[in-house]
Structures are given as C-alpha cells and as structure tokens.
Design a protein around this ligand. Structure first.
Ligand code: OXD
Ligand code: MN
Length: 590
C-alpha cells in the first residue's frame, strides 16, 4: 500500500528526532488519562484539590520558559523582504539546517505524540486541519483543550495532504537552542526548545495566526488576533463584533464580560477570546469562526470582579501553568480576590513570602474548555460563523487615544488599525510598559510583510459588500494623578452599546480630526460614578499628543519603504492636515 502524506511526514519526523516510540493520538478519554499520567510522571505537574477543582492540574515550567519569545521566532521565506522588516527572518534552507541539528535525536528516550487537530468547528467549511508531532505530554493535554483533536481530525485528513504539519520538541529548554520557525511557502512549522503555550501549542499562534495569515491573503479571507463577541440588545437581537488588542490587554475579559447594563437588556456572549478566522459569506457579511475550542488566558488580575465568567469556568478540567498553589491545593494568583494564605507555594514551587516578588508568574495561564464559560454563545460552534458588524481596535495607552472613536470609512479604519500602539505586557519576554507600534495587534503574529498585510486589508474592504464599521477604544487612559480614568471591565459595555448604536445608524457623535467621538450625552452613564471632568478628559482629542504620535507612526511606516500602500501614506497626510487645522483654530480661540 502507498503511504499517505501524513504517514510519510510522521516517518520523516521520527527519522530525524529518533523517539523511543510514536503514539498517534485519537483524542479519547482513556488516552487522555494516560497522557495526564505521563505529564505527572515528568515531575513538573501536580493534581489540584479534587473536591474544589476536579480534573485540574498545575504545571510549573522551567523559569526561563514562561512567555512567547519574539526574538527567537522566525519567518523563513526565500526572500527576506517577503517576511518584512517587523519579522525575524531566516533563509528556509539555513533554518532547516540549524533547527535540523537541534531536532536530530531530540526525542531519544521520549515518546513522539502525533496530534491531528482541527482549528475551528469540525463541520465548518472555514476550519482547517493541522498535525503536531511533539514530545511533551503537557502540550498534548493542552492541545486537547484548545483544538478538536484526535479521530475527528484524522478522519478529515484521510489520505490527503491538506494539513499543516508542525514539529515540536521541548529540546533541552535552553534559550540558546530555542527557535520557533515558520515556513510560509511549505505551510510548515518547526518549534524547538520551549514548552510555553504560545511557542509550543502549534495550532494557536503559529498556525492560526502566522501560517493562516499567509493562507488568508492567498485565498482572500482574514486571520486576525481578535476576540469575537455578540452584544445582545433589548428584544434579543445579537450583533457580533471582532476586537483586536495586543496580548494581555483584556481581550478575554471583554469577550466574557458580565455587562453592567444587563438589567437594561444588554448582555455579552462569547464566541472567541483570541483569534478570528473570517470569510465573506453569501449574505455579503464577513463571517467569523473561533478556530480554538479553549481559552489560554492570563491568570493574574483575573477574579470575581474582573471576570466572573471565567472564574466559574476554571473550577474543573483546567490546566493551570505557573500559578501559585495554596496548602489546600487550590490555584492562587495576584488579583484573584483573596489574600495570599499562609503556606502559599509560589510558581517556582517555593514557600512564598512577599520578599520573593509575585507568587504567580505575571504571565501565569489557565487552559480551559470554552464551553465551560457561562457566557459561551449558542452560536460559538456555528459552522457558518457569525456575521461581524464592527471591528474594534484597542491598546493600552496612558495618553493620546480617547475612550472610543469611529473611523470615517474603511480606508481610514485600516489606517487606525495600522497605527495601533500599546504598552508592552508580560505575555512576551522583554521590557514591560514600553509603547510599541502593534498594527492590528498582529506585530508578533503576521506571517508575511506587514506592508502587504495592510494592502490585503485595503483590498478586503473593497470586496466585502457589507464591511464591518471600524472603531478604536482605549480603556487605559490615565488622569493627571496617574490613575485610570475609566472603570473598565463590565462597564465597557457602555462603549459597546454606543458602537452598536453607530452600527445601527443611531448614536450621536462629533467629528474630530481622528474620527467620530461620542458626544458625552450619547454615552449611557447612568449608575456609574464618574466625574464630568473624567469623561471630558476620556473623550478629549489633544492635537499635540496626536502630532507626536503621528511622528512616531511615520517613523514606523518608513521601515516598509515603497512597499507601504499609498493609501496609508494618504491617510497619514490627511490626519496631519486635520490636526494642524484643529490646532490652529484652537490657538485662534485662545
Ligand atoms: C496569547 C498572546 O497568549 O497573545 O494569546 O500572547
Ligand atoms: Mn493573543
């Protein structure tokens, strides 16, 4: 019998990595039991309190392997310019040579697990299939939560070559021998030296964003770093929105929000918290699916006040990574809402006291099945996806960006996304709190030249008969005293409500140089304790701050040279002109 493309690939991977045995995963409960036992045997995982947290585990990673490592992540295209100035690049042949040496024999004494998986609902035409070969039982257990894995995926692959292969080994966990490499031409992923989710769960960032963004451009769809939520309004109509925020800026909390306006009939339903795959459907709308089936969220800062839905979800079937643990064997982290108990064990497995810094790593995570959230949308697995009426871009900005504004049109909206910036967080290694440009929150995830990615967005706008309206929000603006001006969390529904009203052609707004900003009275603020001055400041567009920001984004865009679409340059000039007119009239009025 002729071997299938999958069999050939697995054989080739095994020849290179030389595992003691190869196990092909079927996704069954029995198999999962065995994988979890293997994970416990490895010694860096433990079970949690069976009464309060049934079927929950705590995993401690190597202290040098706690976040995505963007400086070790590569796009391997024959021409460097096709990876673009914002990606690390390696020649595909050189990458194969370098990583091949690290993979050579890497699985000796270990098991190679072959994990076939579907990204997206099993019966959706928007879904796609991948296969990850890994030597980490922790990775297999996480992939089982984050994707539809096993038999269902194997059946879809059959004898075809229509799958994205990904080879993963934890190697020796030495950061000097850690690489996450993507081969967009071959649609192949090679990751070695890390067990951290964003580097090792290859269906997530590597496939669903970096490789899928390349496929999406080739095939005329969109793969975005976006949550998907449904806003239900009085009467029961649900309007769907996609929102792009950089890592650890509150996407999960927004997607699962308990609305402060629930008693007025506004409720939020979760379709996805991190990634959206979107295609133009016959009804002329862009339809989105969540390619994932679980949430891999940041634990610190998550509590009953910030995200009660996820707190309810985390009571069972959850893998916690790098949280602290109480003497009762319950997970604990900063912001969970209870004080640290005596005898707390920190994320490194040591008895904790406050001299040791945070007890949970700032990028500690939970991996939980999506269906466990009380907010999960009845449509979250709809094979046709949900129609998207609004895109929301956002970042963590102490200044500059107002609470919310709407772009003038699609082209201007693409510019708004392209000029996104945010203060960095603990989700990636490196400095925290530094403002960096992060277009569409895709800076670490775009699998090709970002100038071409802007072009793709511009072209999609022309092709979508009913394109989403584009907005920008900023929950993180601070007052002169350094405190946040906006309460955030469940109160963010007040902003979503205005967005919904704008989508429906209602909702009062004032034209500013940067876009349409809500008039104060257009925001539903009843029941909220916030001063008149705070609202004024939140909605203020300060031309001087914007001029500085424009200078910064101009410098960023210069990296792309002539490849930058003319439309982006045009929007830049238009905004600059509008700001100087505004600045001039403000000084005349003074
Ligand atoms: C994530 C990230 O884990 O963006 O979702 O880093
Ligand atoms: Mn993310």
């Amino acid at each position: 019998m002729v071997a299938t493309p999958l069999e050939n690939w697995v054989e080739e991977a095994a020849r290179l990595t030389k595992p003691d045995q190869v196990v092909c995963c079927d996704g069954s409960d029995d198999e999962n039991e065995r994988i979890l036992e293997e994970m416990l045997r490895d010694g860096d995982s433990e079970t949690l309190n069976e009464k309060t947290h049934p079927n929950c585990y705590l995993h401690r990673s190597s202290p040098n392997d706690v976040a995505r490592t963007e400086h070790l992540t590569f796009i391997c295209t024959p021409e460097q310019d096709d990876a673009g100035p914002t990606n690390n690049w390696m020649d595909p042949g050189a990458a194969k040579h370098k990583l091949g040496a690290l993979f050579d024999g890497a699985m000796r004494g270990r098991t190679m697990y072959v994990v076939p998986y579907i990204m997206g609902p099993a019966n959706s035409p928007i879904s796609k299939v991948g296969v990850e070969a890994t030597d980490s039982p922790y990775v297999v257990a996480n992939m089982r939560i984050m994707s539809r894995m096993g038999k269902v995926a194997m059946e879809r692959i059959g004898a075809s070559a229509d799958f994205v292969p990904g080879l993963h080994s934890i190697g020796d966990l030495d950061p000097l021998r850690r690489y996450i490499a993507h081969f967009p031409e071959e649609k192949l992923i090679w990751s070695v030296g890390s067990g951290y989710g964003g580097n090792a769960l290859l269906g997530k960032k590597c496939f669903a964003l970096r490789i899928a963004s390349v496929m999406a451009r080739e095939q005329g769809w969109m793969a975005e770093h976006m949550l998907i939520l449904g806003l239900e309004s009085p009467g029961g109509k649900v309007t769907y929105m996609g929102a792009a925020f950089p890592s650890a800026c509150g996407k999960t909390n927004l997607a699962m929000m308990v609305s402060a306006l629930q008693d007025q009939g506004y409720r939020v339903w979760t379709v996805g918290d991190d990634i959206a795959w979107m295609k133009i459907a016959d009804d002329g709308y862009l339809h989105a699916i969540n390619p994932e089936s679980g949430f891999f969220g940041v634990a610190p800062g998550t509590g009953m006040l910030t995200n009660p839905n996820v707190m309810a979800a985390l009571r069972k079937n959850t893998i916690f990574t790098n949280t602290a643990v109480t003497p009762e064997r319950e997970p604990w982290w900063e912001g969970i809402g209870t004080p640290p108990p005596a005898g707390l064990i920190n994320w490194k497995g040591e008895t904790w006291d406050s001299s040791k810094g945070p007890a949970a790593h700032p990028n500690a995570r939970y991996t939980v099945p999506a269906w466990q959230s009380p907010s999960i949308s009845p449509k979250w697995e709809a094979p046709e996806g949900v129609p998207i009426s609004a895109f929301i871009f956002g970042g963590r900005r102490a200044r500059v960006a107002p609470l919310v504004y709407e772009s003038f049109d699609w082209q201007h909206g693409v510019f708004v996304g392209a000029t996104m910036a945010s203060e960095t967080t603990a989700a990636a290694t490196g400095n925290v709190g530094v403002v960096r440009r992060d277009p569409m929150a895709m800076l670490p995830f775009c699998g090709y030249n970002m100038a071409d990615y802007f072009r793709h967005w511009l072209e999609m706008g022309k092709r979508i008969p009913h394109p989403p309206k584009i907005f920008h929000v900023n929950w993180f603006r601070r007052g002169a005293d350094g405190n946040f001006l906006w309460p955030g969390y469940g109160e963010n529904v007040r902003v979503l409500k205005w967005i919904l009203e704008r989508v429906e052609g209602r909702g009062d707004a004032e034209e500013s140089p940067v876009g349409f900003v809500p008039r104060r009275k257009a925001l539903t603020l009843d029941g909220l304790k916030i001063s008149h001055e705070a609202i004024e400041e939140l909605l203020r567009v300060n031309p001087e701050d914007w001029e500085d920001d424009l200078a910064d984004s101009k410098q960023f865009f210069q990296k792309f040279g002539n490849r930058l679409p003319e439309e982006i340059r045009e929007e830049h000039e238009k905004l600059s002109r509008r700001l100087s007119t505004e600045g001039a009239s403000a000084s005349m009025a003074r």
